[in-house]
Design a protein. Sequence first.
Length: 271
Amino acid sequence: MDYAKQYPGVKLPSIWFIQESVRRNSLQTAQPKKKTKGGSKYLLYPEEAIKQLGHIHQSGDFIGKKYIDKQTEPINIFSTSYYSPFKLFQIKRVLASKTVYVYPVLINLWKNFPIPDVYRIDNALTFRGTARGKRFISPFLKFILNLNIIPLFGAPSKPWTNPHVEGHNRTFDVKVWRNNRFANLEQIDVECNRFNQESLDLFDFKYRDNLIFIKRKRYLTEKSKIEYAKLKTIENKKIYFIRFVENKDIRNNSFVTVLNEKVIIPEQYDH
């Protein structure tokens, strides 16, 4: 991508040529250890079922609270990632880890990029709304459902079931947070904007042209009416949960937990 920007109109070298040139000149960094594969297949992770929920998939999360010198208040950063059929990662510093600050970030994004069919989130109270009430539908879920987006919850305590945004968050931590010593919020915003621009550059280089082939794209407009307080209708509204069957309760039952409600599952499905 950098080569194409520096030499517009010139035929691009192959990836193999770039990798071989880097290797011959000893410019490569240490290769990361290969991850052990097969665990998700063994656990019957429903990869194909998730793909069939919709064509455009996006995920979102809050990056863990950060701190800078001479400021006691934590820094809160919301991140969101398209991961299928194109990739785009964007981050935004927000006042607090509350969904009220997420709405404008997503609304502005969906004016320029397609509204997803599926939005994947973790089980934080920020997204599900409460730790007590059973089957409680949070304002964030109402916001998503009213836009005809399917909410998809990852499995609790298993961040690899929401891998796309988690991986990008680690990239932000390595490339931005650990490589800088911030003195104020303005410096953080500058680096976040630079990080976002790099992702946009990659999107423009690799995926922008593919958007014209995506059918049934939807965008928000200035006239779009957004409803947070209540569901406009419950017809055809579904929420999906990735869950692993556990066996930890006092009666030794196998179960899953969905919106604070324990659902007993036949023991042959345990683990």
